[in-house]
Structure formats: structure tokens, C-alpha cells
Ligand binder design. Sequence first.
Ligand code: HPA
Length: 276
Amino acid sequence: MNDPGLHERAVEAATFLRAAIGDPPKVAVVLGSGLGVLADRMTDATVIPYAQIPHFPRATVPGHLGNFLVGSLGGARIAALQGRFHYYEGHDLEAVTFPVRVLKVFGARTLVLTAATGGIHPDFRPGDLVCLSDHLNLIGENPLRGPNDDRLGVRFPDMTRVYSPELREVAKHEANRLGLGLREGVYACLPGPSYETPAEIRMLRALGADVVGMSTVPEAIVARHSGLDVLAFALVTNAAAGITGATITHEEVIEAGRGAGQRLGTLIEAIVAMSF
Ligand code: HPA
């Protein structure tokens, strides 16, 4: 028998989730590096290890969190993806974005993406929260490359408003109300896993990037192809290469994510309570 296609695999995974969870939550949140603390704020959570979900990619890092959670946050029922798949791990972009396909078929309407990033904008400091206004896909690939399955989305999806202007307004309003600083900016996505050189950061600044990271954009492209509304937050965990002259370590990125993750959790909790 031929291998099942992408749509069939997504349907099989979503059917499994429906049997395990019941009705789908309207909103799903992808938790980036060090931002897993949001999961601790959820109540009555059902935890499903990725390894149990048909066709989900396998984590390449042993012991890395890989859980699909459904529970309550701020009074709203949400799904949370604790652990994501990165291009730099060796996954192809179809695998990286498979969870987004599954969420759409399962019945989610809105995807909230979070990520640790290096700050490029001269005013951005470690700990700052940034609501993405747009992105630069500099991975050198597109997750939609290959034959298009019209059941999943159109061949040439529009990318004029990847990050929902309406949801960004809600985010701004809630951040103001809570006294949480929230910046806006453009995310440049590079393949990694090496951090950038100072010359690459100067190039990204010239291209209009405010933050840089190694995730988020393939998921956002596939979410828009699928017709999901997207909201994305970058946490600035470090000054990008060459901005201060300091070197960058994964440990500082994770530590900064933990510190500011609580503030991002507060904001996301308020947004889902307001909107869903
Ligand atoms: N560059 C790329 N990805 C990142 C960074 C960075 O400086 N910090 C956290 N993720």
C-alpha cells in the first residue's frame, strides 16, 4: 500500500485526538524554548505524549518535552503544544509543521505561537515581549513546496496579513490593561542551529528585522495556508550577535525564557479569556 498522504495522516492524528479528548478547543498555543511554564497555569489538563499521536514526528533530543495538552487557561479551554520540532534538528518542514495541520483538522481556529529570539532592534532588551507584525522567511525553503493538496489550502496563499491585525489589537489592549510592556516587530527566521554572526545581524537589521529566531515562520505559513488565525509572540532572550559584543549561549536563552515566561503566560491567559 502507498504511504498515506499528508491530509490522510493529519486526519488520522486528529481522529485519535478526538477520541482521546472530545471536542477540539478553538485556540492552540505552541510553547517555545523555556516558555513551557504556561503549561503550569493550565488546570484540568489532559496530557497526551506526542509519541502516542499517530504520525507525529519523533523528538530528536532524548528527554525533551513532547506533550499535547488540553485544559483550561483563564477560563478558556485551550490546547498547548509543549515542545516543538525544529528544522535545525534535521526534520523537514512538513514534519516541523505537521502539528499545525493536525490542529486545523482537529478543529482549532486560532494558533498562538511563542518563541525565544535575539533582539536586533536597538531599543529591544532581554526580557522584552514582542508581538510579531510580520516576518522574513530566510530559511531558504518553504513548507508548502511540492504538490498542493487543495483540501489543505490553496496553491498560492496570500501572506499580506499573516499575523491577525484583530488579534494583535486585542494583545495590545490586554498588555496595556495589565501594565505589561508589549513591543511590535518583524521576525527573521534563519535555519540555525548556529547563532548568527555580527555581520549577519547587520544584514538582518538592514532588511527590516527586529528579532531573529529559528522557528515560528514555517508554522505561521502553514497555519495561514490552512486558514487558521495566527498571533505570535517573541520573547527577547538575548541581544543578537554583535549588538553588545557578548557571546550567546543556549543556557542564557532558556534562563531568560523562564524569567519572562510568566509575563507572557499572564498576557496569553488574558487574551484567551477575552477572545475565545
Ligand atoms: N538567534 C537566533 N535564535 C535565537 C536567538 C538568537 O540570538 N536567541 C534565541 N533564539
